[in-house]
Design a protein around this ligand. Structure first.
Ligand SMILES: *Cc1c(COP(=O)(O)O)cnc(C)c1O
Length: 361
C-alpha cells in the first residue's frame, strides 16, 4: 500500500494528516529542545509546557469549568470502569447504569466489585439498537450516581440529549465521541475517555473531575488508582505517556485551528449525514441503529444480502477503504467517522457504495 488509505477503523483511529506530520517532525527534536519526542524527561520544562498546553486546550475546547480537574492517565477507559467506582463509591452504596452496549456492560461489571451496581436500563434483548429516552428508566432514590456511555462504539448508537439522572451526579464514558459532539461538562461529575478514537493515540486517557468527585475520593486507596494522587501532581506522579500527551495536544491544537468544538460538530454531522443518506437510499443496505439513536461517530450496517459482506469488504480494501469490518458482536460493516476522518474519505466511501450496490443489485 504505497499511500495512506481512507481509514474507517474504530480505534486506534485516523488522525489529521497535519498532526501526524507534526508528530513526525517532533520525533528527532521536540520544540527545538534538542531532545527527541520519545527521549525527553517528563520532568523537563519543555515537556511541562506540553502538559500545560494540552490541559489548557482541553479546558478551552470543551469549556471545562475552572474548578474542575483535568487529568491525563494511563490504563485506558477500561481502567476508569473500576477507578471511578473505587474513588466514588463505598461498599454497599448504589450506582445505576444505563447499559447500551458492550462498554457500559463492562463498566457495570467493574463497579460491581466495589458497590451495589445495577443496570436500570438494558437493551441487550433488542440488540442494542437504541439508547433510552428520559422516562424509560428510573434512577434508584439512593443511588450515588448514574453512569452512561454517550456513544456506543460497537453498535453505532448515541444519545442526542443529556440523559435525565433524577438530580443524581452523572458519570460519563465519552471515549468514542468526546470533542466530536455537543457536551455540557458542567452537567457531569466525571467524564473519561481513552484518547485513541477522537483525541490521539492509545495509552493516554483524559479524565475530567468535578469538585464533588474530588471531595468524594476515598482515603488510603492504592496509590496509582487514587485520583487525588494524580491531581496533586498535575498528572506527573509517575512517568506519564509523554508521547500520547504530545499527540493529544496537537489534536486539540488542530481542533482549535478548525473552529473548535463547533467546527468539529458541524464536520461530523456533515460526514454522518452523507453516509446515512446513502444507507437510506436503497434497501440494499440494512442500517443497524434506530433512526433517533444513530451515531455520528460509528455508523453500523449490514448488507441485506449478508453473503455479499465479505465481497464488499474485500473490494472496499482494494479501492483504498480500510477498517470497515464490523465488530464481531454486530457483524457486517462499521465506518468510524471520528474527528480525524476527513470528509473526502466519506465521499470516497459513498461513491464506492453507490457503485457496488448498482453492480450487485
Ligand atoms: C474503546 C472504548 C473503551 C475502551 O477503551 P480502552 O482505552 O481500550 O480501555 C471504553 N468505552 C468506550 C465507549 C469505547 O469506545
Amino acid at each position: 500500500m504505497p499511500e495512506r488509505i481512507h481509514n474507517f477503523g474504530a480505534g486506534p483511529a485516523v488522525l489529521p494528516l497535519s498532526v501526524v506530520n507534526a508528530v513526525g517532525a517532533a520525533l528527532p527534536n521536540l520544540m527545538d529542545s534538542g531532545f527527541g519526542l520519545c527521549e525527553i524527561s517528563h520532568r523537563s520544562s519543555t515537556f511541562q509546557s506540553v502538559v500545560d498546553s494540552a490541559m489548557e486546550r482541553v479546558r478551552r475546547v470543551l469549556s471545562v469549568p475552572d474548578d474542575y480537574t483535568v487529568l491525563f492517565l494511563q490504563g485506558g477507559a477500561s481502567l476508569q470502569f473500576y477507578m471511578t467506582a473505587l474513588n466514588i463509591l463505598n461498599e454497599g452504596e448504589k450506582a445505576d447504569f444505563l447499559v447500551t452496549g458492550g462498554w457500559s456492560q463492562k463498566a457495570l461489571k467493574e463497579a460491581g466489585r466495589i458497590g451495589n451496581a445495577e443496570a436500570i436500563w438494558n437493551d441487550e434483548d433488542n440488540s442494542f439498537k437504541s439508547v433510552p429516552s428520559d422516562g424509560e428508566y428510573s434512577v434508584r432514590e439512593d443511588a450515588v450516581y448514574l453512569h452512561y456511555t454517550s456513544n456506543n462504539t460497537l453498535y453505532g448508537t448515541q444519545y442526542h440529549h443529556l440523559p435525565d439522572s433524577s438530580g443524581k451526579p452523572r458519570i460519563l464514558d465519552a471515549s468514542s465521541d468526546i470533542a466530536g459532539v455537543p457536551l455540557d461538562v458542567s452537567a457531569h461529575e466525571i467524564i473519561y475517555a481513552g484518547a485513541q478514537k477522537n483525541l490521539g493515540p492509545s495509552g493516554v486517557t483524559l479524565v475530567i473531575l468535578s469538585p464533588w468527585a474530588m471531595e468524594r475520593c476515598g482515603d488510603n486507596l492504592p496509590t496509582m488508582l487514587d485520583y487525588n494522587v494524580h491531581a496533586s501532581k498535575g498528572s506527573l506522579f509517575n512517568t506519564p505517556n509523554t508521547f500520547g500527551i504530545f499527540v493529544l495536544d496537537q489534536v486539540f491544537k488542530w481542533l482549535e485551528e478548525n473552529g473548535g468544538l463547533k467546527g468539529s460538530i458541524a464536520r461530523n454531522r456533515a460526514k454522518a449525514n452523507l453516509l446515512y443518506q446513502e444507507l437510506d437510499r436503497t434497501d440494499f443496505w440494512a442500517p443497524h441503529a434506530h433512526k433517533d439513536s444513530r451515531s455520528v461517530m460509528n455508523v453500523t450496517w449490514r448488507l441485506s444480502n449478508q453473503e455479499l459482506e465479505p465481497t464488499f469488504l474485500q473490494e472496499a480494501e482494494v479501492a483504498g477503504l480500510g477498517g470497515l469490518k464490523g465488530h464481531r458482536s454486530v457483524g457486517g460493516i462499521r465506518a468510524s467517522l471520528y474527528n480525524g476522518c476527513p470528509m473526502e474519505s466519506v465521499v470516497a466511501l459513498v461513491d464506492f457504495m453507490r457503485e457496488f450496490s448498482a453492480r450487485y443489485n
